[in-house]
Design a binder for this molecule. Structure first.
Ligand code: SF4
Ligand code: SF4
Length: 465
């Protein structure tokens, strides 16, 4: 990007030449953007730890219960029958992420990705608190096992494990609801092995990730990180080093200041980087846009009385040619797809029914001749009640010609909240009104005097015409 050798792209900063792990001891970031990210993370964590406690009519505000296939988003229950809404919703979200990345690079990773928030704003802060800043951490890692090291490692282990356990509990609450999680706490783990086993698994995974695996999640596992290369172009905004202004880099010398750029080669930007890269080589796969290097370099620039922003949010074209952010054909195309998907999603959500009914004639029966010159057909009805209240349901034949009358078999149709219900009913009609062998009819489904659904079916008769 800036003409320097591209050899650095042959390997990642967290792996040594011999293939072993190069442990990153990132210096604690300080500065304007780190403070802003801390505020964002406080709001984020407040929402994360509060949402599972919020209920709407006795149900969680958010729940993604894959086992029972029950999904609640912002208080609205989605059923497997609403799967297409879910698919369009996920597609819309994906296109939004791609579009956002094309324009703003990996801002998502640095500011709101759960992995970054938990790692940098919870576990890393605990680590700084127990082990001290990067220099102390390096010294502790090198030191022999003594009282101090055993104490600090134990304290960190307990703190990391507890935090992983708490996060795992909340994670479970998002999957099965906070009520279930509280139930298992009250009734004990033996009575709830179905909750306990996944809880142990999640706690172990979180602990492993934050204790040891860390930035490797972003570098090796995260598919979003690995797709950056295809999503970004020279107009994407990324955390970038202004090599036009910074090069040639070198220590400040009073004798020949004019020959050097603004980078004083202090390597503060490298020392704070949690993924261990040197952003001065250009945009790299490992950069999670955490902005720590911007803060570090700004404080250096402040110190040497040069303008801030040697490392800043900028596009390659902004740095190389001084161009401002501009929309490319690709951006327009993604925006158009996003608008279409949002429209489809809006229509699907707007027309989504709280009650879904399916009516089918009972198989193997055509029609029955009744007394008083009447014809009857027998039907099955299946109802899905997606609402949070029991719904008594009445049925009515809507078409005028047939003048059919509905007689329900058994008790009144009541569909329990968030349940499936079924029933059997007859439609009786005067023989003289049944003009065809197959008569298309519409049945209205009513609850509380309000028509909530209309279904089409056929009424079979002897067929005089
Ligand atoms: S912090 Fe700034 S001045 Fe120091 S090495 Fe990095 S880019 Fe150069
Ligand atoms: S290069 Fe800068 S923004 Fe990118 S990960 Fe490292 S410190 Fe964060």
């Amino acid at each position: 990007m800036n003409g320097t050798s591209e050899i650095f792209r042959d390997s990642i900063g967290t792996i040594t030449d011999k293939g072993s792990r190069n442990w990153i001891f990132a210096r604690k970031p300080e500065g304007r953007l780190y403070n802003a990210r801390t505020i964002v993370s406080i709001v984020y964590l407040f929402i994360f730890f509060t949402l599972p406690w919020i209920k709407v009519n006795g149900e969680p505000l958010f729940m993604l219960n894959f086992i029972q296939r029950k999904f609640i988003l912002v208080g609205v229950i989605f059923w497997p029958q609403d799967f297409f809404v879910f698919v369009i919703g996920m597609l819309t979200f994906l296109v939004f992420i791609v579009l956002f990345t094309v324009v703003y690079g990996r801002i998502f990773c640095g500011w709101v990705c759960p992995q970054t928030i938990f790692m940098e704003m919870i576990f890393r802060k605990i680590e700084y608190w127990i082990d001290g800043n990067s220099e102390k951490q390096k010294a502790l890692a090198k030191s022999a096992w003594n009282g101090n090291k055993i104490f600090r490692r134990s304290a960190k282990f307990i703190a990391f494990f507890l935090m992983s356990f708490i996060i795992a509990n909340y994670f479970m609450a998002y999957l099965i609801g906070m009520d279930h999680v509280l139930q298992y706490m009250k009734q004990g783990i033996v009575a709830h092995l179905d909750v306990f086993i996944p809880l142990v698994a999640f706690t172990s995974v979180f602990f492993f990730v934050y204790w040891w695996f860390r930035e490797q999640v972003c570098l090796i596992v995260c598919p979003y990180g690995r797709l950056q290369g295809v999503m970004m172009d020279p107009n994407s905004i990324v955390v970038a080093y202004d090599y036009v202004r910074g090069e040639p880099r070198g220590k400040v010398k009073k004798e020949e200041p004019a020959k050097l750029g603004d980078c004083v080669d202090c390597k503060m930007c490298v020392q704070v980087c949690p993924t261990g890269i040197d952003i001065r080589y250009g945009t790299q796969l490992e950069c999670i846009n955490c902005t720590a290097c911007i803060d570090a370099c700004d404080s250096v620039m402040d110190h040497i009385h040069r303008p801030k922003g040697l490392i800043r949010y900028a596009s390659e074209n902004n740095i190389a040619k001084g161009e401002r952010l501009k929309m490319t054909p690709r951006t327009y195309a993604y925006s158009a797809v996003l608008v279409i998907l949002l429209t489809v999603l809006g229509i699907l959500l707007f027309t989504r029914k709280d009650i879904q009914a399916t009516v089918m004639r009972v198989q193997g029966m055509l029609y029955q001749e009744q007394a008083n010159d009447k014809i009857s057909n027998l039907y099955n009805i299946k109802l899905i009640n997606k609402t949070r209240k029991d719904l008594p349901v009445t049925l009515k034949v809507e078409d005028g010609d047939l003048k059919g009358e509905i007689k329900t078999v058994g008790n009144e149709l009541i569909v329990k909240r968030e349940s499936l219900g079924d029933g059997v009913f007859f439609i009786m009609a005067d023989k003289q009104n049944v003009r065809h062998r197959k008569n298309a009819i519409k049945i209205g489904v009513y609850s509380g005097g309000r028509k909530i659904e209309e279904v089409k079916t056929n009424f079979m008769g002897p067929g005089s015409r």
